[in-house]
Design a binder for this molecule. Sequence first.
Ligand SMILES: [Zn+2]
Ligand SMILES: [Zn+2]
Length: 279
Amino acid sequence: MAGAGKMYIRFWGVRGSIATPGRETVRYGGDTSCIEIRCGREIFILDAGSGIRKLGAKILKEKPQHISILFSHFHWDHIQGFPFFAPVFNKEYSITLVGERKMNFTLEQLFTAQMMFPYFPLSLSELDAKISFHEITRNDSIIKNSVTIKLACLNHPGGCIGYRIEYGGKSFVYATDTEHYSCIDKSLLDLSLNADVLVYDCNYTEDEYSGKNGSPKSGWGHSTWNQGIKIAKAAKVKKFILFHHDPSHDDEFIDKLEKQAQKEFKESYAAYEGMEINL
Ligand SMILES: [Zn+2]
Ligand SMILES: [Zn+2]
């Protein structure tokens, strides 16, 4: 729990695409996207990648409470931990899943499909927690007690939502799974304006993106730290976090990216499992 008026953030999964355990990824971690945000007593979770499993074990040690899970989108690396999030098997918890409808599928249908036979041994309706669904559209904002959550549409195959969470005069922006345009993305710039923290999709290096040493990655829906720092500077954010590390980037490689990014923007940090930020 964070004190009243305080925001506490902890990273539980920072990897993109697929979990990558192993000796070469042990420092930054191999679990996929999941961030815990505490705004006073309120619990928000950004995405349910494989990192959410350990977060669930931590939450179970606390008094049962309501939890909101905000989904950027429904690619595997952002949802695969959901059925392994222990509070879903405890009837004392109520959990609201927040996200967009996709085509004609309601949010409930999307999660029902994830756990459908033969992909998982239990169905969504067999979970013990009280699960509810909050469908958002791109221009919505959510106000819950004294927390304000704003949204922006990101550039990713099938669509993706960026979130800005404001509480106690502080702001945290989560913008993963987005590909930059040739000019600065105006909606992401607006979302990030004067934010204390910007978490950004730094999946590729500029060389990987342009295809210098292989096939180009343009159109794959991801970005680079160089492009993220353009937004960080234009939006005057205080801290820039490199996130959604590519599965092929080992610890040493990410160390280098962090150093390069810091030369351009001093307050740049590569996200790692267990990283904490207090605002
Ligand atoms: Zn992803
Ligand atoms: Zn994705």
